[in-house]
Design a protein around this ligand. Structure first.
Ligand SMILES: [Zn+2]
Length: 112
């Protein structure tokens, strides 16, 4: 299930397993619903969220601004485009993928 998640992410498509019974999102991606244990299937979900907090990173190769984004039912950590950021603002995923080291990355841009 996790590899299926990465496969779509590699193509720049953000899909999340959604429970076929209760409709909850399984996050982190899982073949079974975390609350009712029914099967999940991949579905495209809304990629808009709310910026919970953010900080600048000065780590070599990972410079930029990173934030925690509250999505509908789960949270993601991603980079955020340069703008006047503030906590609680609406952001939208503009890019996603898998880095050379195999870890997923997400990039958000402010909506407002
Ligand atoms: Zn469920």
């Amino acid at each position: 299930m996790a590899s299926e998640f990465l496969k779509s992410l590699e193509k720049g498509v953000f899909m999340v397993p959604v429970c076929t019974s209760c409709g909850k999102k399984a996050w982190p991606p899982s073949a079974r619903c975390p609350s009712c244990l029914s099967k999940t299937r991949f579905a495209k979900v809304a990629t808009a969220g709310t910026l919970v907090e953010f900080a600048a990173s000065h780590v070599r190769g990972r410079e930029g601004t990173f934030g925690i984004v509250e999505m509908d039912g789960f949270r993601l950590v991603g980079s955020i485009g340069d703008a006047k950021l503030r906590e609680g603002m609406k952001v939208k995923m503009s890019k996603c993928g898998v880095g050379p080291d195999g870890t997923p990355y997400y990039h958000f841009e402010p909506v407002e």
